[in-house]
Design a protein around this ligand. Structure first.
Ligand SMILES: Cc1cc2nc3c(=O)[nH]c(=O)nc-3n(C[C@H](O)[C@H](O)[C@H](O)COP(=O)(O)OP(=O)(O)OC[C@H]3O[C@@H](n4cnc5c(N)ncnc54)[C@H](O)[C@@H]3O)c2cc1C
Ligand code: FES
Ligand code: FES
Length: 475
């Protein structure tokens, strides 16, 4: 067991263990390293001013991910390289993305600029094409209040015209070797009465867990870090799951998609897209790229928010969870939520795996309704899984988020529709049953009346989209 973490800060090897485990990467950079190019705007993952880039070895090559340093815990950098905006310029020469930003007048007050530059840099390093879709995907997590997005988008579109290579390419071998030389053993850091534990595998995680009375699991940290930055909480025992090789995978096993709970959402999208394109499409609107680069489905489910996006979709698909702790148990996701933010998880239990059955004959769609298209939390979410037999509804599972204290199915509506003809008339009749299933509340995201109407209209939208074989959008 090691007692320090090790990572590369730009190109320098850093070893630390004498910093409070609740410290964020942003605080470390600005207050302890005096690297103040990385800005603090919102401290909640929303504005992107704090964006930096982490680099990890995946399948033998370096993968660059933009991240929000304001909501990443410092010790979760173990084994990675962290690139900050200060490191882009080399020998007095600006990086191609910086040159492009200047030439396209992409910066006015400059507060958001380092964050945009780092998002553009991660796109550059991943050699992404500068299509509109890709530019939107890389930049939705960055807000600018004065320049406007047109010059910034143009700067991104034309960034490769300033050169396709940079000093990072020349140094890749060196970085690969430095990262490979970092020890991947378990790490436990004690800091006064606080502890940060990074188990590298499942067995060691399960063995050590017994020592804790009440530990806090962290996967991506995109929910939990806000407790520290916004609510001023201070955790005593943190167990970081994001480096655990036995919790990070996505594979197909016996007609199921099986996902390790600590796999970043971004790493699940290629496979999800193949089997359930509607989920993948929804996940492209989940937070921003910075969020999806670290946030996990395990964290999203465990957080048990009634407006979390994964649960309604996965409940409709009849998914299950493997839960580990003293014992291993399998539970249906539909039974996992007990009441508002309460789940079946006992003290020191964690989700190991999410199992999503593949049924090629079922028709699955999910809809996220939020005030803003990208990087916003749902007001209402609906997922439907339908199986027809000669146009009769053989099987139907309808689940909503944002309509109750937990993600919840619509049993009265399902019962009404089951074994009925899949017709417009029956769908319209089914709308009134939703009123028996849900008594939504008014809150900052939507009024109860809005929720009632939207939930009903989503049912109709589903029918119309399916029967007309086209997407229906409302401007
Ligand atoms: C800017 C921003 C945008 C967001 N957008 C969305 C959005 O569009 N849709 C949405 O649904 N959510 C959104 N979120 C919320 C958050 O990103 C998600 O809930 C995310 O999936 C949480 O995953 P995580 O790995 O970061 O969880 P963490 O923050 O690491 O953990 C969340 C909770 O789950 C527990 N936990 C984590 N992993 C496990 C495990 N394996 N077993 C047991 N307990 C565990 C933690 O102890 C904690 O209580 C957003 C958050 C931010 C900051
Ligand atoms: S400071 Fe706004 S996203 Fe981090
Ligand atoms: S340049 Fe001022 S906020 Fe973007």
């Amino acid at each position: 067991m090691q007692n320090e973490i090790q990572f590369l800060l730009n190109e320098d090897v850093v070893k630390i263990n004498n910093i409070d485990p609740n410290t964020t990467v942003l605080k470390y950079l600005r207050d302890l390293k005096n690297l103040r190019g990385t800005k603090e705007g919102c401290a909640s993952g929303d504005c992107g001013a704090c964006t930096a880039v982490t680099v990890e070895i995946v399948k033998g090559r370096l993968v660059y991910r933009s991240i929000n340093t304001c909501i990443m815990f410092l010790y979760s950098l173990h084994g990675k390289q962290l690139i900050t905006v200060e490191h882009l310029k080399k020998n007095n020469k600006l990086h191609p993305v910086q040159r492009s930003m200047i030439d396209h007048n992409g910066s006015q007050c400059g507060f958001c600029t380092p964050g945009f530059i780092m998002s553009m840099f991660s796109m550059f390093k991943n050699r992404e094409q500068t299509s509109k879709k890709n530019i939107d995907r890389y930049l939705t997590g960055n807000l600018c209040r004065c320049t406007g997005y047109k010059p910034i988008n143009l700067a991104t579109k034309n960034m490769y015209s300033y050169g396709k290579s940079d000093h990072f390419y020349k140094n890749e071998k060196n970085i690969l070797n430095k990262l490979k030389s970092i020890n991947r053993q378990n790490i436990k850091i004690k800091y006064f009465n606080k502890e940060f534990f990074i188990p590298s595998n499942l067995i060691d995680l399960k063995e050590n867990i017994k020592q804790y009375n009440n530990c806090k699991f962290i996967s991506g940290g995109t929910d939990i870090a806000l407790e520290v930055t916004k609510r001023r909480k201070d955790f005593e025992s943190i167990i970081y799951l994001g480096n655990n090789k036995d919790l990070k995978y996505i594979k197909i096993v016996d007609k199921n998609i099986v996902i390790g709970a600590a796999t970043p959402i971004n790493d699940t999208l290629n496979i999800l897209k193949k089997y359930y394109p509607s989920i993948a499409e929804m996940y492209f609107r989940f937070g921003s790229l910075q969020i999806r680069n670290v946030a996990t489905i395990g964290g999203n489910i465990s957080n048990a928010s009634p407006i979390g996006d994964s649960a309604p979709a996965l409940i409709s698909l009849d998914s299950s969870l493997i839960i580990e702790g003293n014992k291993t148990r399998t539970v249906k996701l539909k039974n996992f939520f007990l009441s508002y933010k309460k789940t079946l998880l006992k003290n020191n239990e964690f989700i190991k795996e999410i199992i999503i059955p593949i049924d090629k004959k079922s028709i699955f769609k999910c809809y996220k309704i939020s005030k803003r298209f990208d990087d916003d939390i749902s007001s209402v979410f609906m997922a439907i899984n339908l199986k027809l037999y000669n146009n009769l509804i053989n099987k139907i599972a309808i689940t909503y988020g944002g309509m109750a204290a937990t993600p919840k199915s619509a049993p009265n509506t399902e019962k009404f529709l089951k074994r009925k003809t899949f017709s417009y008339k029956n769908i319209i009749l089914a709308k009134q049953y939703l009123e028996r299933d849900f008594k939504p509340l008014t809150d900052m995201r939507a009024s109860k009346n809005y929720r009632k109407i939207i939930s009903q209209n989503l049912l109709e939208k589903f029918y119309l989209e399916l029967t007309n074989n086209k997407k229906i959008t409302v401007n």
